[in-house]
Design a protein around this ligand. Structure first.
Ligand code: HEM
Length: 452
């Protein structure tokens, strides 16, 4: 039985709770069906553990923004830290460090533009034939964040690179799956040989790769002259050495850099993968007009490219890359939309429900850049645009991601034309479910624009 004034939901079965109400492949449709039946705030039981689903702008903003700290916890599933001093100190440090490395400034742009040269080379090698952009975009996104963290990049066919990307993509599929949901709620399943346990093997593999890189930094760094995020962290650890309450340590560094590397890879690349479907001649005209003879774009150009901006934002809306955000936990007894939510309740902010919420968009279905343009053709961002979530736990890499999406889209559309191969049949837009939604693997034909 649900506690008094707890959000409503379907009746439960012993042991299973509501698991039988959810499809193992893709529970998003079930969540939408339940929203229609029970409203924007409803509850489900994963085994015996309650969870609350938040749908729509109003409920999500009330919880994640207005009552941000009360909803800022994390369940102890995979890697991201729960709410507390460790999360606070590390989040503050990471935001400042990323900013100092030029988030929004020249040097971060240089890193992205530098990586773009390798993407361009890959695409040029595929002119006239077809290419699977999945691997290329994953490698590029991984390299960009890898350079920020560790100061290095890898060739796209390098074994280490392939192994990291394999672990990340596999974990992205396991992380929000039903087993992951159960993992937090039914401790005894942790000892069973379940598919979800593979996620921990993958984390161990990635740590096994990253720890020697960190050790190498310890040997080669010059204190006070950081080359990358890891150097900055080691400097900070040194500074806090005598502080008994510090949460900075080498163990945390290896986990934290893994969090950032993972969070910055599968998200950006899956958004770009959806983007490759959406290129348009109108974008290309705007890009040509603004860049004129210049050989590369810069992030500032976005202010003169309202249509491109609208396309990129619409592509994020449609891509719905992180449909259920990352799960939250309540840090104290609280309320949302008049319902009572006890401390320690699993919270799922259903971002998918906001990105396609009736009444929030000019066009809810299909791909319409007009959702982000006013009558004068200026770029506008509706309140319901929340692919990075909202509140104190919102995406830490939003700045980097927005810069990547803009520079990569503009540079590639300026140079190439992407065509759906005639013999490939109709594109299948059904995404593959996970913490990130992934388009089914596909191939694109690539042409140089000048040549066409
Ligand atoms: C298009 C690309 C991206 C999308 C759509 C995206 C989306 C999200 C979402 C929805 C969350 C969950 C927020 C919440 O729990 O309320 C999140 C968290 C996070 N993201 Fe991103 N993200 C993207 C790119 C990146 C990049 C490039 C980085 C790397 C710097 C990154 C680092 C993180 C981290 C560290 C968190 C956890 C924040 C915390 O727990 O405090 N993300 N992201």
């Amino acid at each position: 039985r649900r506690p008094k004034n707890f959000p409503p939901g379907p009746s439960t079965l012993p042991m299973l709770g509501n698991l039988h109400n959810l499809s193992l492949d893709n529970p998003l449709r079930d969540f939408e069906r339940l929203r229609k039946k029970y409203g924007n705030v409803y509850s489900l039981y994963l085994g015996s553990k309650p969870m609350v689903m938040l749908c729509g702008v109003q409920a999500i903003k009330e919880a994640l923004v207005n009552k941000g700290l009360e909803f800022a916890g994390r369940p102890r599933t995979l890697i991201l830290a729960d709410y507390g001093p460790k999360w606070k100190e590390h989040r503050r440090f990471a935001l400042t460090t990323l900013r100092n490395f030029g988030l929004g400034k020249q040097s971060m742009e240089d890193r992205i533009l530098g990586e773009l040269q390798y993407i361009i080379a890959d695409l040029e090698n595929s002119i006239g034939s077809t290419l699977c952009p999945q691997v290329m975009f994953h490698n590029a996104s991984s390299n960009i964040i890898c350079q920020v963290l560790f100061g290095m990049r890898f060739d796209y066919n390098n074994w280490t690179m392939k192994e990291i990307v394999r672990c990340f993509t596999e974990n992205a599929k396991l992380a929000n799956g039903p087993w992951a949901m159960l993992y937090d709620s039914v401790p005894m399943i942790r000892h069973l040989p379940l598919p979800f346990n593979k996620a921990f093997t993958n984390i161990a593999i990635c740590q096994g790769i990253a720890v020697p890189w960190i050790n190498d930094h310890k040997k080669t760094r010059v204190p006070g002259q950081p080359r990358d995020f890891v150097d900055c962290y080691l400097d900070e650890m040194e500074k806090r050495r005598k502080d008994p309450s510090t949460t900075f340590s080498e163990d945390v560094l290896s986990m934290y850099s893994l969090d950032l590397h993972f969070a910055g890879t599968d998200t950006t690349s899956n958004t770009l993968l959806t983007a490759a479907f959406c290129s348009s001649e109108r974008c290309q005209e705007e890009i040509d007009r603004v860049l004129e003879e210049r050989d590369k774009a810069c992030f500032e150009d976005r202010h003169n490219m309202p249509y491109v901006q609208a396309v990129i934002h619409e592509m994020q809306r449609v891509a719905n890359t992180v449909p259920l955000s990352v799960f939250h936990n309540t840090t104290k007894d609280t309320e949302v939309m008049g319902y009572t939510i006890p401390k320690g309740t699993l919270i799922i902010p259903n971002l998918s429900s906001v990105l396609s919420e009736e009444g929030q968009w000019k066009f809810t279905h299909g791909f319409h850049p007009e959702n982000f343009l006013n009558d004068q053709g200026d770029f506008v961002k509706p309140e319901a645009f929340m692919p990075f979530s909202a509140g104190p736990r919102m995406c830490l890499g939003e700045g980097l991601a927005r810069m990547e999406l803009f520079l990569i889209t503009v540079t590639l559309l300026r140079k190439f034309r992407f065509i759906w191969p005639e013999d490939a049949g109709e594109p299948d837009y059904t995404p593959v479910y996970g913490v990130t939604l992934t388009p089914k693997p596909y191939r694109m034909k690539v042409q140089l624009r000048e040549a066409s």
